[in-house]
Design a protein around this ligand. Structure first.
Ligand code: SF4
Length: 196
């Protein structure tokens, strides 16, 4: 027996109801016109891919429509909520609805930016330079603020000069890894923006 998904059910239902109403009222021409419009949709014939919104832990499902261009590259045509998802049932919040901009916006920043102390502008640096800078800053802050014993002489071995905040799009595994790493450095100020 064929599987009936929410999507095929809605498609069949809407198309059937539309055809019935149009025939009953003698609007066969309107049906033909609407079919023509449907065939000219810019996602017609596009490849349909399923993904998850990267912005928060709600985990809304997305459908991305892509098409192979004549130059051999894939073009992203549209991203929208997946109607088959039990999480969001085709809907997206305003932030998720802009997910396509992550891929196509000309304002997207694609490399690390660094502003040296006292400088007025940002400069592009490589990922290696950025990681080295973060590592140096963590080392110097930890060395400067590490507390081995508290006021009562108890051994605490903690780093009080660094705080860590996890992102809303963290998976469980990323959250676990980040916590292990930060605890290993002696951090006690850990927070997570879960947005659930
Ligand atoms: S609630 Fe909004 S930001 Fe969060 S996963 Fe859904 S669409 Fe994305």
């Amino acid at each position: 027996m064929p599987t009936v998904t929410r999507r095929t059910f809605l498609k069949t239902g809407v198309a059937g109801a539309g055809a019935l109403a149009a025939s009953g009222l003698g609007f066969d021409v309107a049906v033909a016109e609407s079919t023509k419009v449907k065939q000219s949709l810019r996602i017609a014939g596009a490849r349909e891919l399923h993904s998850i919104c990267p912005y928060c832990a709600v985990g809304c499902s997305l459908v991305a429509y892509t098409r192979l261009k004549s130059d051999g590259n894939w073009e992203l045509l549209q991203i929208e909520g997946d109607p088959d998802s039990p999480v969001n049932e085709g809907r997206l919040c305003p932030k998720g609805a802009t997910a396509m901009q992550l891929a196509v916006s000309p304002r997207r920043i694609e490399s690390p930016l660094y502003r040296p102390a006292g400088a007025t502008g940002w400069q592009k640096i490589s990922w290696d330079q950025m990681l080295d800078k973060i590592a140096q800053n963590i080392k110097s802050s930890r060395d400067a603020t590490f507390v081995a014993t508290d006021g009562n002489g108890n051994t605490v071995n903690r780093t009080e000069g660094i705080a860590f905040a996890g992102g809303a799009a963290f998976s469980s595994e990323e959250g676990y890894f980040a916590t292990k790493l930060m605890r290993g450095l002696g951090l006690v100020h850990l927070e997570q923006q879960a947005r659930v």
